[in-house]
Write a protein that binds this ligand. Structure first.
Ligand code: B12
Length: 226
C-alpha cells in the first residue's frame, strides 16, 4: 500500500474501532482485513513519520467524536476507537523514544479528577519521553492533591494537565491553586491541553501555556526552558 492509502486506511480502521485483522469493525464486514496494528506496523516499515501517524490517529478520533455527537455511535464505539489508538501508540512508542537523549527535566502529567480521557495525555507523555523529558505519568482521574504530591516527590520542573470535559477543566485551576498555597508555583511550569481548553482559559487559571497538541508542547517547552 502506498503512504497516502495507508494513512487513509489507518483513519478508517480507527473509526471502525478495529485493533487488528480479527475485528469485524463497526460495519461488521471487515474481519480478515488488516486492522490498525497491522497497518501501523506497515507504516513504520515504510518510514512514515511519527507526526504524520499521530496526526492521522488524532483526526480519526475527531471523526469518532462527531459520530458520537450525531448519535450514530454509542460509548462502546468510542471505546473501540480509543482502544485502537492506544494499541497504535504502544506499537509506535519504541520508534519515538531515543534512549540516548539526556534528560531535559522531570515532567509530571495527568488527566484531572473526574476525567477518564487519556488518549491525548498518553500521546503527549510518549512524545515528551521521546523528546528527552523524564515523564512521570500519573494516569487519568487524578486529584489535585495527588498531582501536587507527585510534583514534590519527583521534584518536577514541569506539570502537564489534560481535560476533555467542560465539567472537569476547572479542576486544572484547583491544581494551580494548591501549588500556589504549597509555595511550589514559581518553581514549576504548568502546561495544559485538551479539546475544551484554550489560551484564554490557560491565562485565566494562571497556567504558563496552552498546547494545541503534543508537538506544540515540545516547541513551547523549548521556548520556556531556561
Ligand atoms: C474517546 C472518547 C471517550 C472514551 C475515552 C477513552 C480513553 N481511554 O480516553 C470514553 C468512551 C471512555 C469516553 C467517555 C465519556 N465521554 Co468522551 N470522548 C471521546 C472522544 C471521541 C475522543 C477523545 C480523544 O481521545 N481524542 C483524540 C486525542 C488525540 O485528542 P485530545 O485528547 O484532544 O489530545 C490532544 C490535544 O488536545 C493535546 N492535549 C490533550 N491533553 C493535553 C495535556 C497536555 C499537558 C498537553 C501539553 C497537550 C494535551 O494533545 C493531544 C495529542 O495531540 C471525544 C471527542 C473529541 N473530538 O474530542 C469525546 C468527548 C470528549 N467525550 C464526551 C463525553 C460527553 C463523554 C462522557 C461524559 C459520555 C457519557 N455520557 O458517559 C464520558 C465521560 C467519562 C469521564 N468521566 O471521563 C464529550 C465531551 C463534551 C463536553 N463538552 O464536555 C466529547 C467531546 C464527545 C462529544 N462530542 O460529545 N469518551
Amino acid at each position: 500500500m502506498v503512504a497516502d492509502e495507508l494513512i487513509r486506511e489507518i483513519k478508517t480502521n480507527v473509526v471502525m474501532g478495529r485493533v487488528d485483522s480479527s475485528d469485524e469493525g463497526y460495519d461488521g464486514k471487515m474481519e480478515g482485513k488488516p486492522g490498525v496494528s497491522e497497518l501501523v506496523r506497515d507504516a513504520i516499515k515504510q518510514d512514515i513519520s511519527g507526526k504524520r501517524l499521530i496526526d492521522a490517529l488524532s483526526e480519526a478520533m475527531v471523526t469518532v467524536g462527531e459520530k458520537y455527537d450525531s448519535g450514530e455511535y454509542l460509548i462502546p464505539d468510542m471505546l473501540a476507537g480509543a482502544e485502537s489508538v492506544g494499541t497504535a501508540m504502544d506499537i509506535l512508542e519504541p520508534h519515538l523514544i531515543h534512549s540516548d537523549v539526556k534528560s531535559k527535566g522531570t515532567f509530571v502529567i495527568a488527566t484531572v479528577e473526574g476525567d477518564l480521557h487519556d488518549i491525548g495525555k498518553n500521546i503527549v507523555a510518549t512524545l515528551l519521553k521521546g523528546a528527552g523529558y523524564n515523564v512521570k505519568d500519573l494516569g487519568a482521574g487524578i486529584s489535585a492533591e495527588k498531582i501536587v504530591e507527585a510534583v514534590k516527590e519527583y521534584n518536577a520542573e514541569f506539570v502537564g494537565l489534560s481535560a476533555l470535559l467542560t465539567t472537569t477543566m476547572i479542576k486544572m485551576a484547583s491544581v494551580i491553586e494548591l501549588m500556589e498555597s504549597e509555595g511550589l508555583r514559581s518553581k514549576v511550569k504548568v502546561l495544559i491541553g485538551g479539546a475544551p481548553t484554550s489560551p484564554d482559559f490557560a491565562k485565566k487559571i494562571g497556567a504558563d501555556a496552552h498546547c494545541r497538541d503534543a508537538f506544540e508542547a515540545i516547541d513551547i517547552l523549548r521556548d520556556i526552558t531556561p
